[in-house]
Design a protein around this ligand. Structure first.
Ligand SMILES: C[S@@+](CC[C@H](N)C(=O)[O-])C[C@H]1O[C@@H](n2cnc3c(N)ncnc32)[C@H](O)[C@@H]1O
Length: 168
C-alpha cells in the first residue's frame, strides 16, 4: 500500500488528461486513492473498462479540468503528454489548476514534448515551467530534457521533458 510519509493516510493521486487511465490504474494498484480526468468521453469509457478488467478501484471523470471541479486536494497531481497539446493561452491556467489541487508538501509531475512531430521546438509557456514554479514559491525537485532518438514519431527527432515541483 502507498502511504503518505509512513502515516496511515492513503496517498491521493490526480491525473489531468489521463487518457485511457494507465497511470491512474498503476497508482491505484499501489494503493493510492486515484482519480483521472479527461475531456475525451471515449478515453474515459476505455479507462473505466480497463480498471474493471484489472479489478482496481479508481475514479474516472469526464470533463475539462479547467472547468470541472474535483473534490479535495491531492498529494500528487500529474499530467503526462498533455501540456504540449494545450494552446499557449491556456497552458498557464492548466498548470495553475494542477497547483490548486495540490496539498501542502505535495507534488506536480509534468511530462511533455518540447518539439513538434516535424522536429521544430515548441515555444511558449512550457519552456519556462521551472521559473514559473519558482516564482510561485514552489521547489523544483527534478527537471530534465530527453531525446527519444530519430524515428520515434513520423521519422523525426522527438524531444520531451519532465518537471517535478513541490508545493511548500
Ligand atoms: C497524448 S494523450 C496522453 C494520455 C495519458 N496521460 C498517457 O500518458 O497515456 C493526451 C490526453 O489529454 C487529453 N486532454 C488534452 N487536453 C485536455 C484538457 N484540457 N482537459 C482534459 N483532457 C485533456 C486528451 O483527451 C488525451 O486523452
Amino acid at each position: 500500500m502507498l502511504r503518505k510519509g509512513g502515516k496511515s493516510k492513503t496517498l491521493r493521486y490526480l491525473d489531468l488528461g489521463c487518457g485511457e487511465g494507465l497511470d491512474v490504474i498503476l497508482m491505484a494498484k499501489k494503493g493510492a486513492e486515484a482519480v483521472g480526468i479527461d475531456f475525451s468521453e471515449v478515453a474515459i469509457k476505455r479507462a473505466r473498462r480497463f480498471a474493471r478488467k484489472e479489478r482496481v478501484e479508481a475514479a474516472f471523470v469526464h470533463g475539462n479540468p479547467l472547468r470541472k471541479k474535483i473534490d479535495g486536494r491531492f498529494d500528487i497531481v500529474a499530467s503526462r503528454f498533455v501540456l504540449h497539446t494545450i494552446r499557449n493561452v491556456y497552458q498557464k491556467r492548466f498548470v495553475e489548476t494542477m497547483m490548486a489541487y495540490t496539498k501542502e508538501g505535495g507534488f506536480n509531475v509534468l511530462v511533455y514534448h518540447t518539439t513538434y512531430a516535424n522536429g521544430k521546438l515548441i515555444e511558449g509557456f512550457q519552456l519556462n515551467l521551472e521559473s514559473f514554479y519558482l516564482k510561485k514559491g514552489w521547489g523544483v525537485r527534478a527537471s530534465k530534457e530527453e531525446f527519444s532518438g530519430k524515428g520515434f514519431t513520423h521519422g523525426k527527432p522527438l524531444h520531451w521533458k519532465y518537471v517535478i515541483a513541490q508545493r511548500p
